[in-house]
Design a binder for this molecule. Structure first.
Ligand code: SAM
Length: 317
């Protein structure tokens, strides 16, 4: 198990990093103007397009697109994000065209997956949001656990198109499974067009929606869209509280999108050195807002200390 984690290089314990100070200042001054707009991503009818030319790896029993290959091959996307060139891949500001960390599977994702098994978290018939999804493994586990619907959100649209969506197809559709996966296996055999129904089970992609953009924009899109959705029973979020500048947007998003009796499972390092965020700061923020109660459900002491926090509305059951 540990070996398979190494395969995915979940974290060499580097935290998401901030841009150099001059970029931060620039970003801060633009913050109110340049918050990345939200967009819903359509799922191509032809799954061939989704898995085309993807090199797949396996971690635990999940396939995922080999991230270093995406990093090397994408220099930008149609809306001009240009997110993945090496030169900017460690920058992290709320300005258009900037990567926000979804091009790596961060180690708290694996902590949260462990916790799901240990605590027997039940996804059956639940409505789930994988917030700040990156590779989307948490949402994929929820889909496999028979969640009624799973929505995926990442800041960057390239991450959704090149990583999250292919990973969902690879793990949760008969096409993806038929193509197989494995370390450095190229998805060469083209899958067929997406069937309306996979054999014996409802088409899993009909239970998914994919969004990119900044949190406040995504929640507005979800709440105001002509396909409005009910609130989420479970929101999963891993390694998303590293930057205190985002706490307000994150907190508001959770408050707007969580069902009255829903639960957020948040996995995080206790401290993000050099960035400033972490569990104590976010806990204080939540306490001051007085909307949610929190409970630490697990702490992990190997390497950098990490935690899983359960968040629920104060007046919930
Ligand atoms: N959850 C994934 C994992 O554990 O591997 C990715 C973690 S990555 C460090 C942080 C994620 O949060 C990215 O997917 C990024 O797009 C998202 N994110 C961070 N700040 C955001 C913001 N202000 N608005 C929208 N998404 C944001």
């Amino acid at each position: 198990r540990e070996k398979s984690r190494e395969t995915a290089d979940p974290a060499a314990d580097s935290s998401p990093k901030l841009a150099p100070a001059e970029h931060r200042d620039e970003a801060a001054s633009k913050k109110n103007l340049c918050v990345k707009a939200a967009k819903e991503h359509s799922i191509p009818e032809d799954l061939n397009k989704v898995l085309e030319n993807k090199v797949m790896e396996t971690v635990l029993d999940l396939s995922h697109v080999k991230l270093s290959v995406v990093e090397m091959t994408c220099s930008g996307d149609a809306d001009g994000e240009g997110i993945i060139s090496k030169s900017i891949s460690s920058h992290s500001d709320l300005i258009p065209g900037v990567y926000e960390g979804g091009l790596k599977i961060w180690e708290c994702t694996f902590d949260l997956m462990d916790y799901f098994s240990e605590a027997a978290i039940e996804f059956t018939n639940k409505s789930v949001l994988d917030l700040g999804c990156g590779a989307g493994l948490l949402g994929i586990v929820a889909l496999r656990g028979e969640a009624a619907r799973v929505h995926f959100q990442d800041y960057n649209s390239t991450v959704i198109d090149e990583i999250t969506l292919p990973n969902v197809v690879a793990n949760c559709t008969s096409e993806g499974r038929r193509m197989g996966s494995g370390k450095d296996r190229k998805a060469s055999k083209p899958p067929s067009k997406r069937p309306r129904k996979a054999e014996g089970s409802p088409d899993v992609l009909n239970r998914c929606r994919f969004f990119s953009g900044e949190w406040s924009q995504v929640s507005q899109l979800l709440l105001n869209s002509n396909k409005p959705c009910s609130k989420y029973d479970i929101i999963l979020t891993s390694e998303t509280i590293y930057n205190p500048d985002y706490y307000s947007a994150l907190h508001e998003t959770l408050a707007q999108l969580l069902d009255r009796n829903g639960r957020v499972y948040l996995a995080s390092k206790v401290h993000y050195f050099g960035v400033g965020g972490g569990i104590p700061l976010f806990e204080n923020f939540i306490e001051e807002k007085n909307v949610f109660r929190t409970r630490m459900v697990k702490t992990i002491d190997q390497g950098l200390q990490r935690c899983i926090m359960e968040i629920a509305f104060k007046n919930s059951c």
